[in-house]
Design a protein around this ligand. Structure first.
Ligand code: IPD
Ligand code: CA
Ligand code: CA
Length: 265
């Protein structure tokens, strides 16, 4: 395994251990709101600090783009960090949350680590070298279309600007597939697509730290990732559709009539 991935794993486990240590004490945590239904706890912040501390000790020249502390240092070689993806779940003791780390070199995602501290599953990927869960190679499912497909999504919850468009998409996807899951951790959803547990996924309005690691994993596992209109701009717009090659193509077609100008970005 690549040395950078090993460091990422050490950092993600350290953050995961911290998250688990406070799990039964969430009611005593200081919770602040970054916006409507957008919560941050002191654990999100401490976990991010622990990740940056761990990585900086081995790679002092690397920079960071963290959800909680923003951009710092090197902008060519840097880590994109979501220290706790699924904070709302965590606050409710709903067991779907993870630590997500992606390493980016000159605009290209090179390595990915997603750690689920509840199950202790560790998803990893390196560009050109495939994706793994706990060291075992993973591939997207062999689902050939929407018939029988299980699709992940994220509901609009903070700004409800695109709620009507989303409900139209939801109705169409629900009526053509085996079902939809909204687990509440986009990074873990993407890892599940890579592992073939979900056949596809879509969400609007994500941030780069939600997607950085999971999208590399999906591509390395043989899947496709684009914006809702099929372009490469998803890291900027946050509007994403992913899946097995066939499911991805069919999802794009199904979602397309519901896209307004913003969602097409
Ligand atoms: C959120 C989760 C959620 C998704 C949101 C994200 P956070 O991340 O990934 O599943 O629907 O869009 O913001 O805030 O818990 O790190
Ligand atoms: Ca997140
Ligand atoms: Ca987060």
């Amino acid at each position: 395994m690549h040395a950078l991935v090993n460091t990422g794993i050490t950092a993600a486990r350290r953050a995961g251990d911290l998250i688990m240590r406070y799990r039964n004490r969430v009611h005593n945590l200081k919770v602040t709101s970054k916006g409507r239904n957008d919560f941050v706890t002191e654990i999100d912040q401490q976990a991010e600090a622990a990740i940056i501390d761990t990585i900086s000790k081995t790679y002092p020249a690397h920079g960071f783009l963290g959800e909680e502390s923003g951009r710092q240092g090197n902008t060519e070689a840097y880590w994109i960090i979501d220290p706790l993806d699924g904070t709302t779940n965590y606050l409710h003791d709903f067991p779907m949350f993870c630590v997500s780390l992606g390493f980016c070199m000159r605009g290209v995602m090179e390595h990915a680590v997603i750690y689920d501290p509840m199950s202790q599953e560790l998803f990893t990927a390196t560009r050109g070298e495939g994706a793994q869960v706990d060291g075992r190679k993973i591939r997207v499912s062999n689902r050939h279309g929407l018939d029988g497909a299980l699709i992940g999504t994220g509901f609009p919850y903070s700004t409800l600007t695109h709620l009507d468009a989303y409900m139209g998409m939801f109705k169409d996807v629900l009526s053509q597939t085996a079902g939809i899951r909204r687990a509440g951790s986009a990074a873990l959803d993407l890892a599940y697509v890579a592992a073939g547990r979900l056949d596809g996924f879509w969400e609007a309005g994500l941030k780069s730290w939600d997607m950085a690691a999971g999208t590399l994993m999906i591509r390395e596992a043989g899947g496709l990732v684009t914006s809702l209109s099929g372009s490469d701009s998803y890291m900027e717009s946050g509007n994403i559709v992913a899946g097995t090659p066939k499911v991805h193509g069919e999802l794009l077609k199904l979602l397309s009539p519901h896209l307004n100008e913003e969602l097409r970005k």
